[in-house]
Design a protein around this ligand. Structure first.
Ligand code: TXA
Ligand code: MG
Length: 358
């Protein structure tokens, strides 16, 4: 049973800092060194970071995010020296990091004692990643410590992919947010359990099973990756918690496009603002429905149908736009049918697995 820790947090005067602002950036380095929390950019999503070797510092992250304490954090490092934190490392792991680091790729290893249990949610394993972002790498290097960092959002909310969205969630709760512009990938890293004889993908991301198999051909995907865990324990604790949700209820629509008009008409009776998440190619289709029904429809264009990278990059920012518009019901198109795809994996969770077949 997960325990939630809610303690009184002092209100802080949250500052947005630019990397080129050397005076304030130096304060961020000092903050990490002294066990304080700093939000920083990575190529996947923004992280809320603290010295991974400081267990009291790490506890702050759980309090700020209201994160369940059994859900472990990823430790960010700036070199290939994984033996410092992991033990009994399988030889294939070195091939994987050689191929995918720095990058959106996290490995789970058996942990050494130097990593406190506060970081790993009480587990004997540790997640490590070398991000591919110059600010993140510089912050780790200059502070001379590994940085434990989950995504910089309140637990359950969409991950922050720019400083403004992190500020929205974390204003008053952290001293510094380093602005490193929009995260280029926009989806969290691929997480791979490397403690066994074969790598097992436990969270899909930009790096796919197909990519991993090119390096280690017997790599597998965890069958529970898109499962809804209620009473059982998944291989990775993050799989059982609510994620990425906008404030309004969200559904994924599949099937007959001709029935979408009737569906929206029906839903508009009981909702004041319906949001639609669609590909660029279908935008006009929803504009027509909006005009012919004369309803408040918030149409958010996620990108071009064939550009998976664009859709991935925009996903969390688009979901947050429905909160800006106060949408109380959100319809998302089904972008891909393959649910091991990282985008569909996030949408499935954001909608609490609510797929409607029209
Ligand atoms: O791209 C990313 O991975 C971002 C950036 C900031 O690096 N970080 C991120 O962290 O997404 P977070 O905390 O939101 O997700 C970490 C995931 C969780 O699902 C957690 O359960 C899993 O990694 N995880 C971490 N350590 C683990 C461990 N020892 N065993 C199993 N799963 C682990
Ligand atoms: Mg997260």
């Amino acid at each position: 049973m997960a325990i939630k820790l809610y303690v009184y947090l002092n209100f802080m005067d949250t500052k947005i800092v630019y990397f080129r602002d050397k005076v304030n950036y130096k304060k961020c380095i000092e903050a990490i060194k002294s066990g304080e929390v700093v939000v920083f950019p990575t190529e996947t999503v923004y992280g809320i970071g603290v010295n991974a070797l400081d267990k009291n510092g790490v506890k702050k992250i759980y309090n700020i995010k209201k994160r369940e304490t059994d859900n472990p954090l990823i430790v960010h490092i700036c070199d290939y020296n994984i033996d410092k934190y992991g033990k009994n490392i399988k030889p294939y792991v070195y091939d994987l990091i050689k191929e995918f680091w720095p990058g959106p790729f996290t490995i789970i290893l058996n942990k050494k004692d130097i990593i406190p249990y506060e970081v790993t949610g009480g587990r004997d394993t540790v997640a490590l990643r070398m991000p591919n972002h110059h600010v993140a790498l510089n912050l780790i290097k200059e502070s001379s410590v590994p940085i434990a960092a989950p995504s910089a959002n309140i637990s359950g909310r969409p991950s922050g992919t720019n400083a403004k969205r992190c500020f929205e969630d974390l204003k008053g709760l952290v001293n510094f947010i380093i602005d490193g512009e929009e995260s280029l990938i926009g989806l969290e890293s691929t997480v791979v359990d490397c403690t066994g004889d074969t790598p097992i993908l436990v969270r899909p991301g930009f790096i796919t099973l197909h990519d991993i198999k090119k390096v280690i051909n017997n790599a597998k995907i965890y069958e529970g990756i898109n499962k809804r865990f209620i009473n059982e324990s998944p291989i990775s604790p993050g799989l059982k918690y609510k994620h990425y949700a906008p404030k309004g209820n969200m559904v994924i629509l599949k099937g007959d496009k001709n029935k979408v008009y009737d569906y929206i008409k029906l839903k508009s009776i009981s909702h004041k603002n319906i949001g639609v998440l669609c590909v660029n190619e279908n935008r006009d289709f929803y504009e027509e429905i909006k005009n012919s029904l004369s309803i408040d429809l918030t149409i958010v264009n996620i990108g071009h149908r064939d550009d998976e990278n664009e859709i991935g990059r925009n996903l969390f920012e688009c979901i947050r736009k429905f909160d800006d518009a106060d949408s109380d019901f959100i319809i998302s198109e089904c972008f891909y049918d393959d649910f091991s795809n990282a985008i569909m994996n996030r949408l499935l969770k954001a909608s609490s697995y609510n797929i409607i077949n029209l």
